[in-house]
Ligand binder design. Structure first.
Ligand code: ADP
Ligand code: MG
Length: 598
């Protein structure tokens, strides 16, 4: 008797329909895929035409490469792509598509017609396909490039068709996809026509003009451009001045290698930088491009490819946040304190605590009392001030020792130049020190030493602060509750996605609490939260406070302070890098010089 085998391969059209469930959620998904294909085909002009929010018609015309008759047919096969040939290509993706699923999926749930012609051919090809079945294929006269028509989406999947939302809602989704593609490619001209009405006509333009055309004309003259390049990543783009008032979270865009992505942690870096500048309930506006070697990014983790994974999120976070801060500081007018002075910095440098308007009289009282309260296990305000004191040279001072060994005292010198850098000599070597990073390193090591020595005091807040966090962040915080207590934080849950800060170590001004806690959370995602990780959390706190408290990069500092930064730096355990891993100095060796001049 035959054994009843029951497993079979799915027929192609069924497999495609199932795949379509992931790729094609609504008309906007079709728009996205077709626009991306046109961009990948090298088009310089792309026209999108839709009817009834794409429910009856989505048409995309491009003047790109076009396809041969054979390729036009192949394009509808599942896993058919011209963008990947071998495994190694997967780690070097420069195109928007690469899965070879979109057209097969779309053709499984709609009626599709394509007309396409290669530059080199006189005649083009026309193909009609329905539920993955080719209805017609013939040679035709048509312009160079490709036109896709997608009609009656989900005509054969009534359940999904019925689930489509109203025309305004579906149109909004389409606009969103159109905007994301058009923003990334200002060099390509785009148009959008809906029910015979022209919605957009976007000529090729600059990045700034394209962003303003799509995100709102009120942004004219209100954008600050960002630019930063490191070996790992380069950033460019725009942020809006905080006086651009947006009450909804719309105009926020990240692109990685010209692909729109969602990234809560990058958003967080930007939002945190804006925090001191933006009124409550308003949202920052930004459009930021990251260029990064594809080997550092995994864009393969999500079928619609809007979520990606980076191999070094922490570095990106830190870089982006400081870049946005710099951008915001660049137009912030007439500051009464140095531009990059954070609230922590202000609290420490300001001799009159009562000038801290955000603190009520009582809190100020506490601040004043802190140094004399006799609490043996807290770093008092005076303790903090010590962190900034110019140290007297001690026998431990290696600078002195080395200098004595190699040079006479007259030969020891130090110059501040090009605000931000300190040029000095130690022994036979010349050092160019980045004042801000050096100061961050010094504060970090001092603070961490005090943190490890004993539990910190917790100072109750007069006005406990509520902080909205994601559920994952909340879980991380609560797991680390004990550790945080040891470090002087009292944080409790008050509901899903909300925690309340009741107390802080006295070193952190209340106005900075939320910010620092968010930095700690983001660090905890990298270090874990267990009690054994206490040192790590202590490190996070020390890092957050040090990064925010150090002198600014462009800040002019007295010569004596530059001197103490230079000498204190070389007494650190790790003088060569800031707490975020970036180098603190560049050293020039005589050997190097000899090589150079030879
Ligand atoms: P993918 O974009 O992931 O490769 P698609 O199913 O979207 O997969 O497209 C399959 C193939 O069809 C592409 O790799 C490309 O070679 C070709 N193609 C699709 N759209 C166009 C177009 N507008 N112009 C030229 N070729 C296209
Ligand atoms: Mg594609």
């Amino acid at each position: 008797m035959a054994i009843p085998h029951i497993i079979q391969l799915l027929p192609d059209n069924l497999a495609n329909q199932i795949a379509a469930g992931e790729v094609v959620q609504r008309p906007a998904s079709v728009v996205k895929e077709l626009l991306e294909n046109a961009v990948d085909a090298g088009a310089t002009r792309i026209d999108l035409l839709i009817k009834e929010a794409g429910k009856t018609l989505i048409q995309v015309t491009d003047n790109g490469s076009g396809m041969s008759a054979r390729d036009a047919r192949m394009a509808f096969e599942r896993h058919a792509t011209s963008k990947i040939k071998q495994e190694s290509d997967l780690f070097n993706i420069r195109t928007l598509g690469f899965r070879g699923e979109a057209l097969a999926s779309i053709a499984a749930v709609a009626q599709v017609r394509v007309r396409t012609r290669l530059h080199s051919e006189e005649l083009g090809t026309e193909i009609e396909i329905e539920a993955n079945e080719v209805k017609k294929q013939e040679a035709t006269v048509c312009p160079v490039g490709t036109t896709f028509l997608v009609k009656n989406l989900f005509y054969n999947v009534p359940a999904r068709r019925n689930f489509l939302k109203s025309v305004p809602v579906e149109t909004r989704h389409i606009l969103q996809e159109f905007t994301r593609v058009a923003l990334a490619r200002p060099d390509v001209s785009f148009s959008l026509v809906h029910n015979e009405t022209e919605v957009y006509e976007l000529p090729a333009s600059t990045q700034e003009a394209r962003f303003i055309a799509l995100a709102g004309l009120d942004l004219q003259g209100k954008l600050v451009s960002l630019e930063e390049e490191t070996g790992y990543v380069s950033f460019h783009g725009f942020i809006a001045r905080p006086d651009v008032n947006r009450k909804y979270r719309g105009e926020q865009y990240f692109f990685v290698n010209d692909r729109f992505i969602r990234s809560p942690f990058l958003h967080h870096a930007v939002a945190a930088a804006y925090q001191d500048f933006l009124p409550k309930e308003t949202h920052p506006v930004y459009c930021i491009f990251l260029n990064i070697d594809p080997v550092h990014v995994d864009i393969n983790i999500h079928p619609t490819k809007t979520e990606v994974k980076f191999d070094d999120e922490h570095t990106l976070y830190v870089l982006l946040q400081s870049l946005v801060k710099k951008g915001l500081a660049s137009f912030h007018e007439a500051p009464s304190f140095p531009l990059d002075a954070s609230p922590v910095n202000r609290a420490i440098y300001e001799s009159q605590p009562q000038r801290r308007e955000e603190q009520s009289g009582d809190t100020v009282g506490n601040w004043r009392k802190a140094p004399t309260s006799g609490s043996s296990n807290s770093i008092s305000r005076a303790g903090w001030e010590k962190l900034y004191e110019t140290p007297v040279s001690s026998p431990k001072d290696r600078t002195v020792t080395i200098d004595k060994g190699w040079t006479s005292p007259e030969e020891t010198w130090l110059v501040q130049f090009s605000p931000g850098y300190i040029l000095t000599k130690r022994g036979e070597r010349i050092y160019i020190i980045d004042q801000q990073r050096a100061h961050q390193r010094i504060l970090f090591e001092r603070f961490i030493a005090s943190l490890r020595a004993k539990p910190l005091a917790c100072q109750q807040l007069l006005f406990p602060q509520t902080l909205n966090v994601s559920l994952t962040d909340q879980m991380a915080l609560m797991e680390a509750e004990k550790t945080l207590q040891h470090l002087g934080f009292e944080v409790r849950e008050i509901g899903p996605g909300a925690v309340i800060i009741h107390g802080l170590p006295p070193e952190i001004p209340a106005s900075n609490a939320a910010d620092i806690l968010r930095e700690i959370i983001s660090d905890m995602h990298h270090t874990g939260t267990s009690d054994q990780a206490r040192d790590k959390v202590a490190e996070s706190i020390a890092r957050a406070v040090a990064m925010r408290s150090a002198v600014g990069h462009q800040q002019r500092i007295p010569h004596a302070e530059a001197q103490s930064i230079a000498s204190d730096l070389f007494r650190c355990d790790n003088p060569a890098s800031a707490p975020n891993g970036k180098p603190t100095y560049r050293m020039i060796d005589p050997v190097e010089l000899e090589d150079y001049f030879r």
